[in-house]
Design a protein around this ligand. Structure first.
Ligand code: BEZ
Length: 328
């Protein structure tokens, strides 16, 4: 249930005296935000910044509580809570939404963009912005797409082409377009939650993982999977969503403030990936990892076959490809 606390006496006076330009909300707004990432992850830090900025700009009317590391359950559970109005906001993987909205798979089109700079532009461009409206059908307001870096491969043994992956078990985030991508290479896609990934590599439950540089570095995966193939094969977007019920209860000024704050902090998130991806790559090289840069040829005919499945199921692929091409 959404918690509402009405200010009385001194509280109302404090709101009324707040600086010009801030929203003079008479209603105390609780904003609980759930995510699966831990405190050290940039997604969590982005939402901390949203909380601080909302408190600042609302003169304390918005009170944010963060629930990182899946404290409220996995993303499927958080989506249910958002739909029921039991959670106000989530910063959740688009992967999880693609399990409910086929068209979201378009954002995982292999080699749509080559790097985080282009990914950031595409995720704030007209096609992606229009795709946010699809979340209304799930009882949510989509405020903006962010990014979790580009995806690469890490493995226990060296790999030279997708042929070397056949018959192996690779950790994936479980969602259909990625599962298809690996199955087309005759890889056994194995869902492993992030906290268990280091051990899954250590004990041979998986031979490698579909991962980004941030996690390869922060989860110390280089200790167990010393081969990094830099493929940049996909983006890994995140989306800021608000419960439809909560959104409907906000007034226009509050809606505008929340939208602006989220979009400002997502810009901060994009800037972190642009700055840190090269650093993480250097850090990973510094661990003695064998780093190989691969072109799309690494995946052979997998890319064509993937489009054979997904172009019809995810119609936004065409518009995203056209927009990405125009980015140069
Ligand atoms: C992953 O499943 O790989 C993932 C989840 C959350 C943030 C980034 C990556």
């Amino acid at each position: 249930m959404k918690r509402r606390t009405f200010l009385t006496g001194a509280g109302l006076a404090a709101v009324a005296l707040a600086a010009p330009g801030i929203v003079h909300a008479a209603t105390k707004r609780t904003l609980r935000i759930g995510m699966i990432t831990p405190g050290s992850h940039f997604w969590t830090q982005t939402m901390e910044r949203v909380g601080a900025s909302m408190a600042d700009r609302s003169g304390g009317a918005f009170e944010t509580q963060l629930f990182p590391s899946g404290q409220l359950g996995n993303e499927a559970t958080m989506i249910q809570q958002l739909q029921a109005g039991g959670l106000e906001m989530g910063f959740l993987t688009v992967a999880e939404f693609s399990n409910r909205l086929d068209d979201m798979a378009a954002l995982f089109t292999p080699y749509l963009v080559p790097d985080v700079a282009r990914a950031s532009k595409l995720l704030t461009g007209p096609t992606a912005t229009a795709m946010l409206d699809q979340l209304t059908g799930l009882g949510m307001k989509g405020l903006g797409f962010g990014l979790g870096g580009m995806r690469h491969l890490i493995s226990r043994d060296a790999v030279a082409s997708s042929g070397d992956l056949a018959g192996r078990k690779y950790r994936i985030t479980p969602f259909a377009p990625l599962r298809d991508f690996y199955e087309l290479m005759n890889v056994a896609p194995t869902p492993v939650p992030l906290p268990g990934l280091f051990d899954a590599l250590a004990n041979g439950q998986v031979d490698g993982a579909d991962i980004d540089l941030e996690l390869a570095w922060k989860l110390k995966l280089f200790d167990q999977a010393p081969n990094l193939t830099v493929t940049n094969q996909m983006m890994f977007p995140v989306v800021a969503v608000v419960s439809g019920r909560y959104w409907a209860a906000l007034d226009d000024a509050e809606k505008a403030m929340l939208s602006e704050v989220v979009s400002e902090q997502i810009d901060w998130l994009f800037a972190q990936y642009a700055e840190f991806e090269p650093k993480w790559l250097d850090d990973l090289k510094g661990t003695g990892m064998t780093v190989t840069v691969a072109s799309p040829d690494f995946f052979g005919d997998t890319l064509t076959k993937w489009h054979g499945i997904w172009d019809a199921r995810a119609p936004s692929i065409a518009a995203l490809q056209a927009e990405a091409k125009a980015l140069g």
